[in-house]
Design a protein around this ligand. Structure first.
Ligand code: ADP
Ligand code: MG
Length: 681
């Protein structure tokens, strides 16, 4: 070891190399030992036998028993990839797909993207060599378009089935069908909850394979009164635990990135004020849009004498297992999609979790020893206010996207589709209406050429429609850029506290002429491209380089898809109305009109909405706008807003808007346009 410093000498280099090799061998040995310690390991042979024997198998096991990371490896070792075929393993969350793939690549000692890879929207980290492929459930759904029988896979694992995401539920119906005409394919449905009977019933009485987990006792503590501010309560609880409780890491469940960043900031402030009086607190955030480099941090061992606190979204409930957690703090909320079939509006809301979720969360503290869970709600709340289970996403979503995908797969009879829990027929009907209004379906409900083109884009139907329509307005280049920017994330600009004025001035420059948020995004991208994609330029303009790089990747892919569906590359060279019309062609349902009091009213749904303060249009609110999405915080806010001329609505969507919708007077009654007869289909 004494020669480490003299790295320049050949001897030293050799030593260093030898040490590096040693370390690697040691790490591999440790990893292999860890693998053997997972609960699933003891059942390896039985499991492989069961898979051999049955075509469809339901696998149930506690979170952290090794289902996701180990089973694909066992199948690989057992020869399921020897015929050149792949193993697919779906995950509801992108971060889980990436993180698990990274772990498995490490365990197999291969480079990520070679034998083990992952595929998530806009990011394909696989190669010709890839045999174990982790992917989001949405990506596997897309693969059906190119390969309707999934012939390149020998095994399909629908993992985290208990999550019941929209895509997973649709996959259930599709893979069940495949299993019928492909006797060679193996289908594994894997779940962390014990009531697997439902899966077994759905998959024609498929056998259930149980992996007994280890679960130590978890002490549950409740608050005695309702917490008015669960963020503040969570921060106090973290600090109290840190000061008073014996060693062991903390996992705090929050609802999203913003909350996590707020809590991170509050905890850092508090820790700064107490100085070195108490032990170090390592704060690790984890949420869907966390940059890849930082994702691995939650798995790093906690330094001696310190304590780790993981601030996580629902992702840590069952998708990711973090070792060493002894304390769970559960405020009892999560962000859930909700859908109003009457208005066709979908929004993300912070909602109370279910009892099943609360129990899963508590269980995260008792994996390696007895744990404690602090619920920031009362026992009465838990017993009386929480639902038993979360409603499957398919029953609280806008279904336009799913219906378009199924139609593109040639599945026309949606009412007859084999859903485990069928969506409300009202919601299916609304989706059909929406796709018809977008021109994706004809009056017989068949896919049109426009619809076929739209289905190729991995985007919401409204955004795909804007792209398809851009050809007509001669601005596909611009609209693809806007679509890429909208898909790259909400964090385009940042505002450092000590440079607020500078940052705001820089941001306003992109909005000059009140062009609207969509064109402003285009301006940002164009200026960045002109700078030679420079990160220096990003710093000077307070633009997030990460978001821009992602936008560029997304844009490249969308551009390739333009070619695929034969949409001409064309540039409107400054014809802003052309761009706005293309946006309106996709988003006409999101048209809103200013009211006397400065609020807006959505033209069709009659909902009261507001311009988001971050919008460039907030200070100069035009009479008519079209918005990208609604976000509910203290109010319903429209995010990404652009001015619109009301006549465009009649010109672009004559089957959706009539003159009376845009004329001066405003009819009081709502919901009269569709009689009860129309709902019964
Ligand atoms: P299950 O799918 O049954 O919930 P997993 O296969 O995800 O279980 O987890 C098995 C083990 O692998 C856990 O101990 C977990 O901490 C570890 N693990 C999973 N992903 C990673 C990762 N990215 N880095 C480090 N450890 C990981
Ligand atoms: Mg798992």
């Amino acid at each position: 070891k004494s020669t480490v410093q003299s790295g320049a000498e050949p001897d030293g280099e050799m030593d260093e190399l030898a040490e590096a090799v040693d370390a690697k061998v040691k790490l591999q040995r440790e990893l292999q030992d860890e693998r053997k310690n997972l609960p699933v390991y003891k059942f390896k042979d039985d499991l492989l036998k069961a898979i051999e024997k049955y075509q469809v198998l339901i696998i149930v096991g506690e979170t952290g028993s090794g289902k996701t990371t180990q089973i694909p490896q066992y199948l690989h070792e057992a020869g399921y990839t020897a015929n050149g075929k792949k193993i697919a393993c779906t995950q509801p969350r992108r971060v889980a797909a990436m993180s698990v793939a990274a772990r498995v690549a490490q365990e197999l000692g291969v480079k990520l993207g070679h034998e083990v890879g992952y595929s998530i929207r806009f990011e394909d980290c696989t190669s010709d060599k890839t045999v174990i492929k982790y992917m989001t459930d949405g990506m596997l759904l897309r693969e059906f378009l190119g390969e309707p029988d999934l012939a390149s896979y020998s095994v399909v694992i629908v993992d985290e089935a208990h999550e019941r995401t929209l895509s997973t539920d649709v996959l259930f119906g599709l893979v069940k069908d495949i299993a019928r005409f492909r006797p060679d394919v193996k289908l594994l449905i894997s779940s962390a909850t014990l009531n697997a009977e439902r899966f077994s019933d759905f998959f024609d009485e498929a056998p259930i394979f149980k992996i007994p987990g280890r679960r130590y006792k978890v002490d549950i503590h409740y608050t005695t009164a309702l917490e008015a501010d669960y963020i503040a309560a969570a921060v106090v609880t973290v600090l109290q635990l840190h000061v008073k409780q014996p060693a062991g890491d903390i996992l705090l469940f929050l609802t999203g990135q913003e909350e996590i960043e707020t809590v991170e900031e509050l905890l850092k402030q508090k820790m700064r004020t107490v100085g070195s009086k108490i032990a170090e607190l390592v704060i690790c955030p984890i949420y869907a849009n966390l940059p890849t480099e930082l994702q691995a941090k939650i798995f790093e061992p906690t330094p001696e004498g310190a304590r780790k606190v993981v601030l996580a979204t629902n992702i840590a409930e069952t998708s990711l297992t973090i070792d060493g957690i002894k304390y769970v703090i559960d405020p009892g909320f999560c962000k859930l999609k909700s859908y109003n079939p009457r208005t066709g509006m979908e929004s993300l809301r912070v909602e109370p979790i279910s009892k099943a979720s609360a129990d899963q969360r508590a269980g995260r503290s008792g994996r390696t020893g007895p744990g404690k869970c602090f619920r920031l709600f009362t026992e009465y709340n838990f017993r009386h206010d929480l639902d038993d289970d979360t409603v499957p996403e398919i029953q609280r979503s806008n279904l336009a996207n799913v219906v378009l995908r199924l139609k593109a797969l040639g599945i026309n009879d949606l009412v007859g589709f084999d859903f485990m829990d069928p969506p409300a027929s009202e919601a299916l009907l609304k989706a059909l209406e929406e796709l018809f209004a977008l021109g994706a379906l004809n009056s017989r409900g068949e896919l049109t050429k426009t619809g076929r083109r739209m289905a190729e884009f991995p985007l919401d139907p409204m955004l795909s429609k804007a792209i398809v329509a851009s050809e007509k307005y001669g601005c596909s280049e611009e609209v693809v850029t806007i679509a890429a920017m909208l898909s790259a994330g909400n964090a385009v600009f940042y505002r450092p506290k000590d440079k607020l004025v500078l940052a705001d001035t820089a941001r306003q420059a992109f909005h000059a002429g009140n062009v609207g948020d969509h064109v402003a995004l285009l301006n940002v991208y164009s200026a960045w491209r002109e700078s030679g994609y420079s990160s220096q330029w990003c710093r000077e303009n307070f633009v997030q380089p990460r978001t821009m790089k992602r936008a560029r990747d997304v844009r490249d892919q969308l551009e390739a898809l333009l070619e695929r569906v034969e949409i001409e590359h064309c540039s409107g060279a400054g014809d802003l109305d052309g761009i706005r019309k293309a946006v309106t062609a996709g988003y006409f349902r999101n048209a809103a009109r200013r009211q006397k009091d400065g609020s807006y009213r959505a033209v069709k749904s009659r909902q009261t909405v507001f311009v988001h303060p971050s919008s460039g249009m907030a200070d100069v609110p035009p009479a008519w706008v079209v918005y990208h999405e609604l976000v509910l915080t203290s109010k319903e806010y429209m995010r990404q807003v652009t001015e619109l001329k009301p006549e465009w609505l009649l010109e672009i969507a004559p089957h959706y808007y009539q003159r009376k919708d845009i004329d001066g007077h405003q009819p009081k009654k709502t919901g009269k346009d569709k009689g009860p007869a129309a709902r019964q289909t």
